[in-house]
Write a protein that binds this ligand. Structure first.
Ligand SMILES: NC(=O)c1ccc[n+]([C@@H]2O[C@H](COP(=O)([O-])OP(=O)(O)OC[C@H]3O[C@@H](n4cnc5c(N)ncnc54)[C@H](O)[C@@H]3O)[C@@H](O)[C@H]2O)c1
Length: 325
């Protein structure tokens, strides 16, 4: 039997590179479509084909579909920095919405009917209740979050009109690294807490900035839900298999369901690394909710997904192995 062929957009990035490796291990044929604008060629498994191009180039997206005839798509490619999206919303709508539309149009033209989309908890905005369930109101606070919500809405319309089935996975904070130590997070600039804290531990940064210690949380610092990248990728495999078996369109939250404060992350990182981690206290950042924790019960129920790495220390240990590779 020939292998199922999966297109992974953004497969040279942090999450997409882990996904590519897992898909290959599970017997899929993978083509990574990535412009390398923020991704890394050396993160792409040598067992995958790498098609270097930009989704904004609709002709090359079509060329890729025409060459490979995909069974399904996993769509990770996007810009991801909230602050930058506020400064330059056009960049985010062009890439995360307009370029994504080229992908949907190519899927329509080449009759590829299944897509797993990297959505985000940022579509919810300021939480009205924690943990956040999938029916929580959607009021994104910035253009990044709005670009993700617009794309989810586009997927809804493409299903009704053209029968394109999709599963949107709304990640909370992806973290950790492949336990092999061969893949990990490499954003530039890095904006995520765990790699930043570990860069301080490794002596590559002077200190970690804590934005606000007067939130109504256990220690006054912001609480976030950290989900191991491997658990995240497992959820994608389950979503992909469901779509390939004829499951309908849906959206799910992906998180651990446990919240950790900034100070708890720093303490756990000190214990894992055995290093001192200098901190500097700064004022709150606009649009930073006090607590974001996922209620992921719907995907647990639908696909029997269970995160394996529920312990923050395990997530940090893998990230540390990557950071000190
Ligand atoms: N990292 C997180 O915690 C997190 C949380 C919620 C949602 N997400 C979503 O998950 C996805 C992956 O995030 P990541 O952290 O791996 O980001 P990343 O920046 O590491 O990876 C994105 C990849 O997409 C590629 N890319 C971007 N625009 C492209 C385009 N127009 N054409 C082709 N390739 C393009 C980049 O080169 C890069 O390799 C994103 O959609 C992001 O919004 C991430």
């Amino acid at each position: 039997m020939s292998k199922l062929k999966i297109m992974v957009t953004g497969g040279a990035g942090y999450i997409g590179s882990h996904m590519t490796a897992m898909l290959i291990e599970r017997g899929y044929e993978v083509v990574v479509f990535d412009s390398l604008v923020t991704g890394h060629k050396d993160a792409v498994s040598s067992n995958a084909d790498l098609f270097v191009s930009d989704l904004a180039n609709h002709q090359s997206v079509e060329d890729c579909f025409s060459r490979y005839r995909f069974d399904a798509v996993m769509h990770f490619a996007s810009f991801i920095q909230v602050n930058e999206s506020v400064r330059d919303p056009a960049k985010y709508y062009k890439n995360n919405v307009a370029a994504g539309l080229n992908l949907l149009e190519a899927m329509r033209k080449f009759n590829t009917k299944a897509l797993v989309f990297s959505s985000s908890a940022s579509i919810y905005g300021e939480p009205q209740a924690v943990p956040i369930g999938i029916d929580h109101p959607k009021n994104p606070l910035n253009p990044y979050g709005r670009s993700k919500l617009i794309f989810e809405n586009m997927l809804h319309d493409y299903d009704i009109a053209y029968g394109l089935k999709s599963i949107s996975l709304r990640y909370f904070n992806a973290a950790g690294a492949d336990p092999s130590g061969l893949l990990g997070e490499r954003h530039d600039p890095e904006t995520h807490l765990i790699p930043l804290v570990l860069q301080v531990a490794a002596g590559r940064r002077k200190h970690i900035e804590i934005f606000g210690n007067d939130y109504p949380t256990k220690d006054g610092t912001c609480i976030r839900d950290y989900i191991h990248v491997v658990d995240l990728c497992e959820a994608h495999i389950l979503a992909l298999e469901a779509l390939l078996q004829g499951y309908g369109s849906a959206a799910y939250n992906i998180g651990n369901g446990a919240g950790y404060s900034v100070l708890e992350v720093i303490d756990a990182a000190k214990r894992v690394t055995g290093k001192e981690i200098a901190t500097v206290l700064s004022p709150r950042r606009a649009g930073d909710p006090g607590a974001l924790v996922a209620d992921a019960s719907s995907i647990k129920k639908a696909f029997k997904w269970q995160p394996k790495y529920t312990d923050l220390a395990a997530i940090i240990r893998h990230a540390w192995a990557w950071e000190t590779r």
